[in-house]
Design a protein around this ligand. Structure first.
Ligand code: 13P
Length: 256
C-alpha cells in the first residue's frame, strides 16, 4: 500500500489581523516548528500572508497557503489576487472551491476548474474542496454530488496534474457546526472519492492522491478520523485559530 504523508492545513478564513497572525504563528512555530512527520500548512487571509511568510522563512516544515485566488494572470478584476502575487510571497498551496466560496461567492465547478488550472500552471499546489450539503446527505444524493464536483472541477486533467493536487472532503453540514462526520462516514466518502478518481484517472493516481477531511476537526477527534486508511489529513477551520488547538491536532493525529 502507498504511504501518503499526512497533510494538516489551517484555514483561518476571515480571521486575524497581521499583528494577531504574527502572534499565533510564533506560537505555532514554538509548538511544532520541528515536527516533520506531517506536512503542515497555514492559510492566513491575504493581508497577513506577507507577515506570516517572513516568520516562516527559517522554518522548513510549516508552509504557507492562501485561501483563494483568481484564475487570470492579471487585469481588470477589482479586488482579486493572482497566482503570481501569491508566489511572490512564497505561498505554496492554495485552497480552491471551498464551500464558503461556492455558497457566498457563487463559485461553481467550472470556476474551480479554471482556478485549479491556473494554480498548477504557477506551480502552486491546489487544495480542491468538495462536499455535500445537509439536504444532499439526508436525501442520499451525496455520492452523485461528490462525483459531479470531482468530474467537473478536475475536467481536462490527467494523472500528471492529479499528482500535484490535494483534495479536501468537507461536508458542508459539518463546517463550523461542531457536528463532525463520524470517522466511518468520512472514510466512506473518501473511499467513494477514490473510486470515482480511479474511473476517471488511473487506479495508481487515485491511490496516490491525498484527501483531507474538513469539518469541525479538533484535537479531541483528529486521531480517530485520521487513523482511517483513506483519510490523509485535515483541513481545519476554527481549531486552527489557536496555536495549541492546531498543534494538538497535529500531535494527536500524526505522532507515530
Ligand atoms: P471548521 O473546522 O471550523 O468546521 O471549518 C472547516 C473548514 O471549513 C476548513 O476549511
Amino acid at each position: 500500500m502507498i504511504n501518503r504523508k499526512k497533510i494538516i492545513a489551517g484555514n483561518w478564513k476571515m480571521n486575524k489581523t497581521q499583528a494577531e497572525a504574527r502572534v499565533v504563528v510564533g506560537d505555532i512555530i514554538r509548538e511544532i516548528g520541528r515536527f516533520d512527520s506531517a506536512e503542515i500548512v497555514v492559510c492566513p487571509p491575504f493581508t497577513a500572508l506577507s507577515a506570516v511568510s517572513e516568520l516562516l522563512g527559517s522554518v522548513t516544515n510549516i508552509r504557507l497557503g492562501a485561501q483563494n485566488m483568481h484564475e487570470a494572470a492579471s487585469g481588470a478584476y477589482t479586488g482579486e489576487i493572482s497566482a503570481a502575487m501569491l508566489r511572490e510571497l512564497y505561498v505554496r498551496y492554495v485552497i480552491l472551491g471551498h464551500s464558503e466560496r461556492r455558497q457566498y461567492f457563487h463559485e461553481d465547478n467550472a470556476t474551480v476548474n479554471r482556478k485549479t488550472k491556473a494554480a498548477l500552471a504557477a506551480e502552486l499546489r491546489p487544495i480542491v474542496c468538495v462536499g455535500e450539503t445537509l439536504p444532499e446527505r439526508e436525501s442520499d444524493q451525496w455520492k452523485t454530488v461528490l462525483e459531479t464536483q470531482l468530474v467537473e472541477s478536475l475536467a481536462g486533467f490527467g494523472d500528471k496534474e492529479l499528482a500535484d493536487i490535494i483534495l479536501a472532503y468537507e461536508p458542508v453540514w459539518a463546517i463550523g457546526t461542531g457536528k463532525t462526520a463520524s470517522p466511518a462516514q468520512a472514510e466512506e466518502a473518501h473511499q467513494w472519492i477514490r473510486k470515482v478518481l480511479a474511473t476517471k484517472f488511473s487506479a495508481a493516481a487515485s491511490e496516490r492522491i491525498r484527501i483531507q477531511y474538513g469539518g469541525s476537526v479538533k484535537a479531541e477527534n483528529a486521531k480517530e478520523l485520521l487513523s482511517k486508511p483513506d483519510i490523509d489529513g485535515a483541513l481545519v477551520g476554527g481549531a486552527s485559530l489557536d496555536a495549541r488547538g492546531f498543534a494538538g491536532i497535529i500531535k494527536n493525529a500524526c505522532l507515530e
